[in-house]
Design a protein around this ligand. Structure first.
Ligand SMILES: Cc1ncc(COP(=O)(O)O)c(C=O)c1O
Length: 434
C-alpha cells in the first residue's frame, strides 16, 4: 500500500482510545437554494398550489409547473413521455398497473433494493420472483433472470442500484424476445448511462425518485419515463382517478384504470424545475468524489472498491466497497465500528434480502387470507439468493456520499479514515481475539 499520509501508520485507532480523524460530524448535503425559495414564494403569492382536476378536462394532466417539469425532464433524459408523481413508489404502482399486471402474474425482482421495488407488484396480485444479483455491480444477474422466465412472467424490474446501471440493453432484448416488460427502478441513478443511453429510458418504463435523499429532490416526488404513448396515458390515469376518463376517452381495455391520487403539487414541481437545472453539476461532483475515493483506496488489499462496467456511467448514490471478509475473518461489524469511531458515517450490508421480510416468510400481504401468495407455490426462504445474502451478512460497506457536503478537506479525511483503519487492522484483530 502506498501511503500518502505516513502518520497514519501505527496510529492508535479511535476505538482503542486514539484520536479520531474527524473531530466534527460531516455537514449534511443541501441542494435547496435561493432560486428554489424564489420560485416557491412566487407560487405562494399566486395561491395555486396544485393544478390537477380528477376528471376528463384540460387540467387532468396537472398545472403549469407540473407540465413544465415533465417537458424539461423529457429534454434532459431524452425520452418521449415523462409522468410526474408524488413518489417513485407511486410510479412503480402506476408502471405495474399500466402494463396490465394481473393477479398471479410473476414479476422478476432483485433481492437487494429498497423495499418498494418488490412490494408494489403485490398491490395488483403480482408475485415477486427473486433473482440473485451479480457480485461486482449488485444488479440482476442476467443468466439467472433467463432461467426464471416462464409463461406467468409479466415483467422484470431491474434496479440500477447505488447509481450503477443494470445490464439494461441485454434485459430489454430478453424482455422483448419474451413479449414481457422491462421496468427500470431508476430511483438512485439520474444521468447514469449504459452505452451512452440514460438508465431509466432503456426499459419500457423507468422510474426516478425525487425524495429528499436523492441527487436532486423535491422533498418527495417521482417521474416515470417511457417512449410508449399508451403506457404514458395509462400511468397518467392511475396517477389521477383514471376511472373517470374511461368513458370520455372511450378506452376499450380499461384494465387497472382504478385510479389513485399520486399527483405532484405545483410546489414540488417548481422546486424540481430549479433542481433539474443543477443536476449535471451535482452528479459530476458526486462522480468526482467517488473516483477520488476509489483511486486513493484501491490499494487496500482487504477492500474491493466499486467497479464500473465498460460502457457505463455510475452516478454513485452510494459509494459501496466490499470488505474481503474471507481473507481476514474479522467480522465486518468490528471494521465498521472502527471506521465509525474515526468519525466516518458508514453503513453495513444495505438491506437484508427482501424475501426475508415477514410479508414473504409469513405470506401475508393484502387482506386476511394471504393474497396474492394464495396464487403461487413460490417459496421465500434463506438460501434463495446467496450473493445478496453474503453481501448483506459479510462484505458490503456503504458510504452514502450523497448525504454529506464533503469538501476536499472532508474527502481527504475520509480517505485517511480507511487508510488508518486498514493499516492498523492488527489492533482490531487483537481486540477480536480477546
Ligand atoms: C431503489 C429504490 N426504489 C424505490 C425507492 C422509493 O422511492 P420513493 O421514496 O420516491 O417512493 C427508493 C427510495 O429510496 C429507492 O432507493
Amino acid at each position: 500500500m502506498n501511503f500518502k499520509n505516513l502518520f497514519i501508520k501505527n496510529n492508535k485507532l479511535a476505538i482503542n482510545g486514539g484520536e479520531p480523524v474527524f473531530k466534527k460530524n460531516l455537514k449534511p448535503y443541501k441542494t435547496i437554494g435561493f432560486n428554489e425559495k424564489k420560485s416557491i414564494s412566487r407560487l405562494m403569492d399566486s395561491g395555486k398550489l396544485s393544478g390537477f382536476v380528477g376528471a376528463w378536462c384540460d387540467d387532468f394532466y396537472g398545472g403549469k409547473m407540473v407540465r413544465e417539469l415533465e417537458e424539461r425532464w423529457k429534454d434532459t433524459f431524452k425520452c418521449q413521455f415523462a409522468v410526474s408523481l408524488n413518489s417513485n413508489t407511486s410510479g412503480l404502482i402506476a408502471a405495474l398497473g399500466a402494463i396490465g399486471l394481473s393477479p398471479g402474474d410473476e414479476v422478476i425482482v432483485p433481492p437487494m433494493t429498497m423495499s418498494a421495488t418488490v412490494m408494489t407488484p403485490l398491490i395488483y396480485g403480482g408475485i415477486p420472483v427473486f433473482v440473485d444479483i451479480d457480485k461486482d455491480y449488485f444488479c440482476l444477474d442476467v443468466e439467472k433472470v433467463k432461467k426464471e422466465i416462464n409463461d406467468k412472467t409479466k415483467a422484470i424490474i431491474a434496479v440500477n442500484l447505488f447509481g450503477h446501471p443494470a445490464h439494461l440493453k441485454e434485459l430489454r432484448r430478453i424482455a422483448d424476445e419474451h413479449n414481457i416488460f422491462l421496468i427500470e427502478d431508476a430511483a438512485q441513478c439520474p444521468l447514469a448511462t449504459e452505452y451512452g443511453q440514460y438508465a431509466g429510458t432503456i426499459g419500457h418504463i423507468g422510474i426516478y425518485s425525487l425524495n429528499y435523499h436523492k441527487h436532486i429532490h423535491t422533498g418527495e416526488g417521482g417521474i416515470c419515463c417511457t417512449n410508449n404513448e399508451e403506457l404514458a396515458l395509462r400511468m397518467q390515469a392511475i396517477r389521477n382517478h383514471g376511472e373517470n376518463i374511461v368513458a370520455p376517452l372511450k378506452i376499450d381495455n380499461p384494465i387497472n384504470f382504478v385510479g389513485f391520487n399520486f399527483r405532484m403539487t405545483e410546489l414540488s414541481a417548481a422546486i424540481g424545475l430549479e433542481q433539474l437545472k443543477k443536476i449535471t453539476r451535482y452528479v459530476d461532483n458526486r462522480e468526482k468524489i467517488a473516483n477520488t475515493l476509489t483511486s486513493n483506496l484501491s490499494g487496500i488489499d482487504l477492500l474491493k472498491t466499486p467497479k464500473v462496467r465498460n460502457d457505463c456511467r455510475h452516478v454513485y448514490y452510494v459509494w459501496a466497497p466490499k470488505f474481503n471478509y474471507e481473507s481476514c475473518k474479522i467480522p465486518r461489524h468490528l471494521i465498521a465500528k472502527a471506521l465509525k469511531a474515526e468519525g466516518l458515517p458508514i453503513d453495513e450490508g444495505y438491506v437484508q434480502p427482501l424475501y426475508l421480510l415477514p410479508a414473504f416468510t409469513k405470506r401475508i400481504a393484502i387482506g386476511r387470507d394471504g393474497w396474492p401468495f394464495t396464487l403461487t407455490d413460490r417459496k421465500y426462504e434463506k438460501g434463495l439468493c446467496p450473493i445478496a445474502e453474503e453481501l448483506y451478512e459479510n462484505s458490503l460497506i456503504e458510504f452514502c456520499i450523497c448525504s454529506y457536503k464533503l469538501d476536499s478537506n472532508d474527502l481527504n479525511k475520509s480517505i485517511d479514515v480507511f487508510l488508518k483503519v486498514f493499516e492498523n487492522i492488527s489492533q482490531i484483530r487483537e481486540s477480536f481475539k480477546d
